[in-house]
Design a protein around this ligand. Structure first.
Ligand code: PEP
Length: 258
């Protein structure tokens, strides 16, 4: 595979800053113990905002090749937006990535595709790479409309994105019915949607851009299920929620090809 695998952990609203330090230290020891090769796969964590400074200190202090990012960002860069966090702040804390449009943001905070598109732009304005999350709910899947639904979300959330920006984009396909439920989509499901997303990106931009974009699967991934999912042609990584809170489980996911 020419695209570098991307193994991401979304901590959601879990772990205070002290617990974050413990988890990153355990993760670093576990990966180190098994001589993990960071050139073979990028390992990224998405802590709550209040943990990011602690994670930055550890990563820089220990010269850890762990990347980190925010779970969300404002579509604005500064000003009277109480409670929001700008891409500029994340960038200044050394964040490289930011999640955009996670289904919990779309559902709980009512974020539309237009809001996600504005956030994708805010990410690029601040030198952050967005990890754009898309995916259908159970009803849509049962009606067999999951591909058309997800591609519509993709197009809407990429509105205004240039080909140059799109080259570095990461897309996470996360069927809502598989998030935190223990129900994992089959690797064939993950491949079907990842191939459809790649084909859509080719239509929107070019074959060259589509070849570069990394596409992840997310939804109840564990160390036991990661290798098969990662073995699919168009799946370049995984976005892991619950299992990323356990250092050895997450390290084993990162070692999917060991
Ligand atoms: C997620 O939060 O993006 C996720 C996929 O969660 P989980 O792995 O717990 O289903």
């Amino acid at each position: 595979m020419s695209r570098t695998p991307f193994i991401a952990g979304n901590w959601k609203m879990n772990l205070d800053h002290a617990q974050a330090v413990t988890l990153v230290q355990k993760l670093a020891w576990t990966l180190d113990d098994t001589n993990f090769d960071f050139d073979k796969a990028e390992v990224v964590v998405f802590p709550p905002f209040t943990d990011i400074r602690s994670v930055q200190t550890l990563v820089e202090g220990d010269k850890l090749k762990l990347a980190y990012g925010g779970q969300d960002l404002s579509d604005q860069d500064s000003g009277a937006y109480t409670g929001d966090i700008s891409g500029e702040f994340l960038n200044k804390l050394g964040a490289k990535y930011v999640l955009v449009g996670h289904s919990e943001r779309r559902t709980i905070h009512g974020e539309s595709d237009a809001v996600c598109a504005a956030k994708v732009q805010a990410a690029y304005r601040n030198d952050l790479v967005p990890v754009l999350c898309v995916g259908e709910g159970l009803e849509t899947r049962e009606e067999n409309k999951h591909v058309e639904f997800t591609l519509e979300q993709l197009r809407g959330s990429l509105d205004g994105l240039s080909a140059e920006q799109a080259e570095t984009l990461v897309v996470a396909y996360e069927p809502v019915w598989a998030i935190g439920t223990g129900k994992v989509a089959t690797s064939a499901d993950a491949q079907e949607m990842s191939a459809a997303i790649r084909a859509e990106i080719e239509k929107l931009y070019s074959a060259d851009v589509a070849e570069k974009v990394r596409i992840l699967y997310g939804g109840s991934v564990k160390a036991a299920s990661a290798p098969e999912i990662m073995g699919e042609n168009d799946v370049d990584g995984v976005l892991v929620g619950g299992a990323s809170l356990d250092a050895s489980e997450f390290a084993n996911i990162a070692r999917f090809d060991a």
